[in-house]
Ligand binder design. Structure first.
Ligand code: PEP
Ligand code: MG
Length: 755
């Protein structure tokens, strides 16, 4: 029966370390390793398979199987039991492997006499890049300790392979594993512009220097101390008086605290350390296993939870090693942030000053981090798989937000090409500056109002340079998201006053807090929900917690002294909801009057049309509301049942599909019978071709990122509205998928500027 070697996993790890230190060839090192593991585990076979280019697993070393099969036996992704381990990222433990349907018999290996099989993934940074196996003739299941021990050995192996210490990394044709090769990644360009800079890793991995414990008892104590400090920190946050003030902040920290106090998490880390790892390596191993599970199941809720645990693990590692992450203030010049994912507030934390661009593995076009990146004028490429594992801090990097390309460690010629592209882009921007003060009027004389979207005071600087007619959507939640604590009434008044002052005599539409979904306050996260986009968000929170809305309205009323105050309510689903919020605004107006506080000259209250239900109540809502603004980002997320933040599905629909255009046409038609204004403020307003269709359907006010005003204005000035309207009207009845190609062909034929 297979049994753990009498010497135990710690001795095995120590010997492993000795082999690592020897000056021998890569192959000899691997050969020695498999022999050592086999002896220690009392296994008749021990083999190492590594992933190679073309996505197959190659036998790199074996003790017990036929040596001639080394570098010959190759298994495709998912093939055989080894493939199964690599695919699932989980251990496979079988007492009778050959009778398993997934067993793939390779005669050259001579493995038929071996019944029991244990395979564990070689994982690093959530990526499986090999499999370590042991086999025995006796048909017995390996014990839990044995599985655990082999996993620990695999982790040490992974680290050494990745760091190139085990063998010359160039022997592997696996691009992910080559640390210094130039690489080009293709992703989605979500914010235009070109950046040539240096990589800064967001949430950098705290580098674990020591993997194997010298004194395991001491490591356990270090782990316990670090967990203690982590908990203390979280408790301190919980006790802070600021959180007592807001109440809701407590919920966030409580949720976070639950994770920090999670006994299962602690136990898993303790178990890992008991196998002979250092405290740091134990934390990382547990985290790696969790990441593999998340990647495998792809569940967005699990993914979110994983972000929390990742965050906690990083804090724990920092407590252990004192190796702090880059604080936003320490950002080097010409920084390009590379991250798996990021929230909008985290991006704002970095500030605009030294930041040139952003590369993410996981963000969709209408996610809030993308919106913030556009509003900061930062080039952003997303859906760049594997970039955060390949990039090293300080690597050269080029980000092309138009083409959706990322060049990591680019050759000098590539850098030169992009510098030229950046200069050309600057020229184009200069051309838009020339038309800045001209009106957005079509060739047949129809005036279109072009407003800008904003969310921070720094956005207001774009008002002049873009030539916007005003702010059509001011996302007030951004201000709440960047602070450490909830802004007080006086701060809010000052902030809104500054915004209005910056706008001069142009109108500003303030949208009340649109929280929930992917917009969370760092100090007040709400309970996790299975479907946050359909959950407790925006106006729903405002009506359930009216104090939040009341204070905001109170601040807006005082700030807009003597002016017209435009208030826009997000995510309205029916007229009753709107009326309830409006009543609250009326009460606040009355209060200001009674207390003789400063008051606006007029208050106009609008509804965002983001929930499809409201489209069926347009005449009614327009009797209650002074204006309606279509939030196409959310509206089409619900119309097409496609999560706007999930890059896997967010591109499956196009707002230029016939049903989307037909819906807009109906909305415009229903609204035309009422006196209130109708506008659109989602991301599609800023794309010249989409904007052409929207204008063709009858919209006369569009609100977009300031950078898009120039291109959209150029498009408007080059079109004949009557022709466009007739064409778009005909398109609505078609049964194609996206109408984008037809609209683009039409624009090209008529010389309409859509670039
Ligand atoms: C929208 O949903 O279209 C919108 C403008 O709001 P946000 O993108 O902030 O959700
Ligand atoms: Mg919205």
């Amino acid at each position: 029966m297979p049994a753990l070697g009498a010497t135990g996993p710690r001795t095995l790890l120590r010997r492993l370390r000795e082999i690592m230190a020897e000056q021998i060839s890569a192959q000899s090192r691997l050969d020695k390793l498999v022999m050592l593991i086999a002896t220690n585990m009392v296994a008749e076979v021990c083999s190492i398979y590594l992933r190679r280019a073309g996505k197959y697993l190659e036998l790199f070393a074996t003790e017990g199987l036929n040596r001639a099969a080394v570098h010959k036996t190759r298994l495709k992704e998912g093939e055989g039991l080894v493939g199964l381990v690599a695919e699932t990222g989980e251990a496979v433990n079988l007492s009778d492997a050959p009778s398993d349907p997934r067993f793939s018999y390779r005669p050259e290996t001579g493995e038929d006499p071996y019944k029991s099989f244990l395979g564990v993934p070689i994982v690093r940074g959530g990526q499986v890049f090999g499999v370590l196996t042991v086999q025995n003739r006796a048909a017995v299941l390996y014990s839990e300790e044995e599985v655990e021990a082999l996993q620990t050995v695999a982790m040490v192996l992974a680290e050494v392979v990745a760091q190139g210490g085990l063998f010359n990394i160039a022997e592997l044709d696996e691009p992910e594993l080559r640390a210094d090769r130039p690489r080009m990644f293709k992703g989605d360009g979500l914010s235009e512009g070109v950046a040539v800079g240096r990589v800064v890793l967001h949430e950098p991995r705290v580098k674990v220097e020591r993997m194997i414990a010298d004194n395991p008892q001491e490591e356990l104590k270090r782990l316990e101390d670090a967990i203690g400090k982590l908990r203390e920190n979280v408790d301190e946050m919980l006790d802070s008086s600021e959180l007592d003030l807001t109440g809701e902040g407590r919920e966030v920290i409580e949720a976070y605290r639950l994770f920090a106090y999670d006994q299962g998490w602690r136990q898993r880390m303790r178990d890992a350390v008991r196998t002979g790892l250092t405290a740091e390596a134990g934390v990382e191993r547990v985290q790696d296993e969790m990441r593999v599970r998340v990647q495998r199941f792809g569940d967005p809720v699990l993914r979110e939870r994983a972000h929390d645990l990742d965050d906690l693990a990083r804090r724990l590692l920092r407590h252990l090693s004192g190796d702090g992450s880059i604080a936003p203030g320490d950002l080097p010049n010409e920084a390009v942030i590379v991250a798996r994912s990021m929230g909008p507030a985290e991006l704002l934390d970095y500030g605009r000053e030294k930041l040139l661009g952003l590369v993410l593995e996981d963000a969709a076009a209408t996610s809030h981090v993308a919106i913030v990146a556009r509003s900061m004028g930062l080039p952003l490429v997303s859906s760049v798989e594997g970039v955060s594992d390949s990039a090293r801090a300080g690597d050269g990097i080029v980000v092309d937000g138009e083409a959706g390309e990322v060049h990591l460690r680019p050759m000098p010629e590539v850098v030169k090409t992009f510098e030229i592209k950046r200069a050309l882009r600057a020229n184009r921007v200069a051309h838009f500056a020339q038309i800045r003060d001209t009106a957005a009027v079509t060739k047949d004389g129809v005036h279109i109002k072009l407003m800008m979207n904003a969310g921070l005071l720094l956005d207001m600087a774009h008002m002049r340079e873009s030539g916007a007619d005003g702010v059509g959507l001011f996302r007030t939640e951004l201000q709440f998201m960047i602070g450490e604590t909830m802004p007080r009434l006086a701060d809010q008044i000052e902030f809104y006053r500054d915004v209005l002052e910056a706008a001069g005599d142009k109108p500003v539409v303030f949208r009340t807090l649109d929280l929930g979904g992917d917009k969370v306050l760092p100090y007040a996260r709400f309970e996790r929900e299975a479907n946050p986009a359909l959950g407790w968000r925006a106006i729903r929170i405002a009506l359930d917690r009216p104090a939040l809305l009341r204070y905001q309205v109170r601040a807006l009323i005082q700030a807009a002294k003597g002016r017209i105050l435009n208030v826009l309510l997000p995510m309205i689903s029916d007229v009753a909801e709107f009326n309830q919020a409006r009543a609250l605004i009326d009460r606040e107006t009355e209060r200001a009057r009674l207390l003789q506080l400063p008051q606006p000259r007029q208050i106009r209250v609008g509804a965002m049309l983001e929930v499809p239900a409201l489209a069926f109540m347009l005449p009614q809502i327009m009797r209650s509301a002074d204006f309606v603004s279509i939030g196409s980002n959310d509206l089409f997320q619900f119309v097409f049942a496609v999560d706007r933040t999930n890059p896997r599905v967010s591109k499956r629909y196009d707002p230029l599909n016939p049903p989307a255009l037909t819906l807009i046409r109906q909305i415009v038609h229903s609204a035309s019978e009422s006196p209130g204004d109708l506008s659109l403020c989602g991301e599609m307003a800023g794309k010249p071709l989409d904007a052409m269709a929207l204008i063709g359907l009858g919209l006369r006010t569009l609100s977009m990122q300031p950078a898009n005003i120039g291109p959209v204005k150029m498009m408007i000035q080059s079109l004949d509205l009557r022709e466009v309207s007739q064409f778009v009207d005909r398109l609505c009845g078609r049964t194609d998928g996206s109408l984008r190609p037809r609209l683009a062909a039409f624009a090209a034929e008529r010389g309409i500027a859509i670039k």
